[in-house]
Design a protein around this ligand. Structure first.
Ligand SMILES: [Zn+2]
Length: 265
C-alpha cells in the first residue's frame, strides 16, 4: 500500500454506509478512480463541502492495485465553481463535458490532455459574462477537443467508407465522419450544419467566435450539440445521462414559455 496525491474532478458520489460515501473521480494521471471517503456523512465532517459533484479537488489516498476502491485520506478544494452551479443550464453542460471525458477514460490511464480540457471548459463556462447560448457553443467546442484527444473526432473531408475526397459534404456515418454520394450513410447534414462542424474543427480560440449572433448560436443549440451527442453516444455505446437532462430542461423551458404566452393572451 502506498500514499499518493493527485488532482481530480468529482464525477459521482454514492452513499456507501451510514457514515461513508464512494466517490468516482476523473484524475489526470490515473484516469477513472473510485475512493471511499470514510466518515464523510457524519455531521460537521470537514470534507463534506469539498466533496461535491463537479468540484475540482486535490486528493490524497492510499493505493493498492488489487483493490477497486481506494481509500481517501485528505481532500483540498481547488474550485467549487459557484458561478457555474448557480445556473442550471451551465451546470448541466459542465456535467455533459465531465461525463463524456469520464466515459472515454479507463482506470489507470494517463489522460492529461482530456483532464486539462475539462479544466479549461469549466473555466470558460463558469465565466459570468458567458450567456447560456454561448455556453452551448463552448460545450460543443470542448467536446470536439475531447474527441480529438481520444482520436475519434469526425472526419470531415474524406469519405470514411471509400477514401474519396469530398468537396460538398451532405452525408454522414456515425462510425467516423462524412461519406460520399455512393456510400452508405446514417444521416444527412445541411450546409449550415457542415459549416458549424468545420468551425469547431478549425477554431483555435472558442472565446473569439467569428460571427456571434442569435441564429449562429441557436444552430449549435438545436443542431450541433444534438449531433455531437449522438456521435459520442454511438461511440460510447451507452446514452449520456447529462444530455437527457439537458433535453428535459429545454423542453420544460419551452413549456414554461408557452404557459406565459397563454397568460399574456
Ligand atoms: Zn465513399
Amino acid at each position: 500500500m502506498s500514499a499518493n496525491q493527485t488532482e481530480a474532478f468529482i464525477v459521482h458520489l454514492y452513499d456507501y454506509s451510514e457514515t461513508s460515501r464512494i466517490i468516482q473521480f476523473l484524475t489526470a494521471h490515473r484516469g477513472k478512480m473510485s475512493c471511499i471517503a470514510k466518515g464523510v456523512r457524519r455531521k460537521n465532517n470537514p470534507w463534506s463541502f469539498s466533496l461535491d459533484r463537479l468540484n475540482r479537488v486535490e486528493i490524497f489516498y492510499t493505493w493498492k492495485s488489487t483493490r477497486e476502491v481506494q481509500t481517501l485520506t485528505e481532500v483540498n478544494l481547488i474550485d467549487s465553481y459557484p458561478e457555474l452551479k448557480r445556473d442550471i443550464k451551465k451546470q448541466v453542460l459542465a456535467s455533459l463535458i465531465l461525463e463524456t471525458a469520464f466515459s472515454m477514460t479507463e482506470t489507470e490511464q494517463k489522460v492529461l490532455k482530456t483532464y486539462t480540457q475539462v479544466c479549461k471548459a469549466f473555466e470558460h463556462i463558469s465565466n459570468s459574462t458567458i450567456t447560456g447560448e454561448h455556453a452551448v457553443f463552448l460545450t460543443c467546442w470542448h467536446l470536439w477537443q475531447i474527441l480529438i484527444h481520444n482520436g475519434i473526432e469526425p472526419q470531415l473531408h474524406i469519405c470514411v467508407r471509400c477514401g474519396k475526397p469530398i468537396k460538398e459534404v451532405l452525408h454522414f456515418s456515425l462510425q467516423g465522419g462524412v461519406v460520399c454520394d455512393n456510400c452508405k450513410s446514417d444521416k444527412t447534414l445541411n450546409s449550415e450544419e457542415v459549416r458549424g462542424l468545420q468551425l469547431l474543427q478549425y477554431l483555435e480560440d472558442p472565446l473569439n467566435i467569428p460571427y456571434e449572433n442569435k441564429a449562429f448560436l441557436s444552430l449549435f443549440e438545436k443542431k450541433i450539440l444534438p449531433f455531437i451527442c449522438s456521435f459520442i453516444t454511438f461511440h460510447l455505446r451507452h446514452p449520456l445521462k447529462s444530455y437527457n437532462v439537458f433535453q428535459e430542461l429545454n423542453h420544460d423551458h419551452i413549456s414554461i414559455q408557452g404557459v406565459n404566452h397563454e397568460k399574456q393572451n
